[in-house]
Each structure stands twice: as C-alpha cells, then as structure tokens.
Write a protein that binds this ligand. Structure first.
Ligand code: F6P
Length: 359
C-alpha cells in the first residue's frame, strides 16, 4: 500500500505533528508514504511528490509550519493561470490531479486543511479519489469537530500579547486595540480576550455599536482605571456595517480581512479623547511551536486518519468528539462554518465578568 499526504490552506501549528503521526502509523503497517508538496501543486507537476521516511519526520512534532509547504491559492478545480497579457484565467485541473494520483500508484490521500481544502477534498472524493480529511485551522471554524489543532496555540499567542500590552496601556494611560485573526469566527478574540482580561471584545457574531464601546472606556475612567484593552476579531463589523477587507477576493482565493482594528482605534480616540494605539497580531498567531494540546490533538488526528484509510472510510474526516476521535462524512463538516453561538457559555461568561461585547 502506498498513500500520500498533503497540507493545504494557511499553515497552523501542529501540521508537522500530523505528518509525523501519519508517516509513522503508515510505516508501522508496512506502507509507503509520499509527501505532496505545496497543497495540490505536487500532484500537478507544479511542485514535487516525494517519499517521506522515518528520518524525514524525525524531531518535527514541536515545529511550526509544514515540512510539505502549503498554499491557499491552489484549488485544482479553479487553478489560477496568468495569461501573457497579465490577466488571470481559472482552469479546472482536477482530472490531472486524479490522473497523477493513479500514475503514482497511490491507494489513498490524506489531506490536512481547513474548510477550503476539505471542500476540494470532497470534490475529489466524488470524482473517485480515496481520500480522508484532517481538519486544521487556527480559526476553529470547521463544523463537526469540537476543536481544530492550531487554535490553542493561536489563542495562547494572542493571550500572551494581551498580557504584555497591559503594562504599557496602564503605564501610559492608553487604550490598546488588539486585532486578532479568525476570519468570520470570533473564537480567537473571545477566548484570548476573556483569558487576557480584556475590557471589550468585538466578534463577528455580535455586530458592535462604537458608542457602547466608548461607554465602557469612559466608565473605567470614572472608576480610576485610565487604560483599556479592546480585542477585535478581524471579521468584526459595526451594527449595520460590513467587515473591513484588506484585499478583495481574486482567482482561486478568498478575500483577505484586516484593518478593523485601526478603524476602531481611530474612532475610540476621536470620541473619548483617549490616546489609542492599535496592534495587529496577524500571522504571529499562525507561528511558533504548537502547545501540548495542539501537538497531542494533531498526533491523534494523524494516527486516526491512517486507521480510517485502513478501514476504507473514504470521503470522511477525523474529528474530536470528546473524549474520542471519530470520523464523519466530509459533507457534514462542509455544511456551514462554525462560529460562536450567541448562547455559548463563554459569551455569557464574558458578560458576567463585566466585559463589554460592544452591543
Ligand atoms: O484561516 C487562517 C487565517 O490565518 C485567517 O485567520 C486569516 O484571515 C487568513 O488565514 C489569512 O490568510 P493569508 O495568510 O492569506 O493572509
């Protein structure tokens, strides 16, 4: 048996742990493993498909990134190609992917990615490719799994940043706005904001009213607390307004969010007169060594994916359904995105702690 593994979409801490678990579990069964480089690029001749051995995966559990490389521009169903005149054409190269998969003598492909990559995987499965998915994202917005690996590390990074900003905020009597990643899910902002004792947390699921935010800051001033920390999810939007887009969607890729933090900071300064600074964490949240939680989840996911291949459970994804790792059909995971439910106890906890959610 020869199987392959590829990592797609944005990198996340824990990808290398999944790769190690897949490779060791497969070798244990006497199988061979190929590493497909740069998402599906390695099955399209745009990058390589190379054998991975025990040596390749030695000492990588704690390393961030992915030894296979990744891309969030590599959808084989709408592959972006530049024409000589500079315009971009989208081209369906999925048949090529299937052909190359067969040519390499592969019995299964394990794809590790977020909703975009899993959707591509599902389409390839429907075209006949035996495939198992492993959910990954720092945004924690994939349905069907209680949590994705990468998220815990990203939240820890944000909490650490908020902790550090407290001292400057207090010393200078400033307001700090911290913009965190998460796309249209507020998990990262909510969890890091609560853990880091933010005063205001703005998430995409609860459109905010800036006046309410300023009321909170003024109330703190009245209590002699001359600084405030506002955590803003990159996808947060004002009531009746839209999210802030940094780069519009283009061939083969979704729009890039970002910029809400600066806007909120400018508005707070204008309305309250408080000196306000914005810090955008951005890709810092995707880097670094995975936490113990993420390593363990990633290793469990990788080993479970190989067991799923062995059991012929194709078109499925591994998921955490505590205390077990289970598998479920990919279409279940793709039936929508998993944002913060408004009745989630963390939302209530934030309110009970006196944190303003801007509403
Ligand atoms: O999905 C992970 C993520 O980091 C999001 O939180 C963020 O919006 C996006 O990817 C950024 O993508 P890029 O690396 O293309 O800037």
């Amino acid at each position: 048996m020869r199987i392959a593994i590829s990592t797609g979409g944005g990198d996340a801490p824990g990808l290398n742990a999944v790769i190690r678990a897949v490779v060791l579990s497969a070798l244990q069964r006497g199988w061979e493993v190929l590493g497909i480089q740069r998402g599906f690029g390695g099955l399209l001749g745009e990058a390589q498909a190379m054998p991975i051995t025990r040596d390749t995966v030695r000492g990588i559990t704690h390393q961030g990134g992915t030894i296979l490389g990744t891309t969030n521009r590599g959808n084989p169903f709408s592959w972006a190609m530049k024409r000589p005149d500079g315009t971009v054409e989208e081209w369906d190269r999925s048949d090529e992917v299937i052909e190359n998969f067969r040519r390499l003598g592969l019995g299964a492909l394990i794809i590790v990615g977020g909703d975009g990559t899993l959707r591509i995987g599902h389409q390839l499965f429907l075209k006949g490719m035996p495939l198992v998915g492993v959910p990954k994202t720092i945004d924690n917005d994939v349905r069907g799994t209680v949590i994705t690996f990468g998220f815990d590390t990203a939240v820890n990074t944000a909490t650490d940043a908020i902790d550090k900003l407290h001292s400057t905020a207090e010393s200078h009597q400033r307001v700090f706005v911290v913009e965190v990643m998460g796309r249209n899910a507020g998990w990262s902002a909510l969890n890091s904001g609560i853990a880091g004792t933010a005063d205001v947390i703005l998430i995409p699921e609860i459109p905010f009213d800036l006046e309410r935010v300023c009321e909170k800051i003024r109330a703190r001033e009245g209590m002699g607390r001359h600084f405030s920390i506002v955590v803003v999810a990159e996808g947060a939007k004002p009531r009746g307004g839209a999210e802030v887009i940094k780069e519009a969607a283009s061939a083969g890729r979704v729009a890039r969010l970002g910029g809400i933090g600066e806007r909120v900071a400018a508005d707070i300064e204008a309305r309250t007169g408080k000196e306000t600074r914005c810090v955008v964490l951005g890709h810092l949240q995707r880097g670094g060594s995975p936490t113990t939680f993420d390593r363990l989840l990633a290793l469990r996911f990788g080993a479970a994916a190989v067991r799923a291949v062995e059991a012929g459970q194709f078109g499925r994804m591994v998921a955490l359904d505590p205390p077990n790792i289970v598998t479920l059909p990919l279409e279940e995971a793709l039936s929508g995105h998993s944002g913060v439910p408004l009745d989630h106890d963390s939302v209530q906890t934030a309110r009970d702690l006196g944190i303003s959610l801007g509403d």
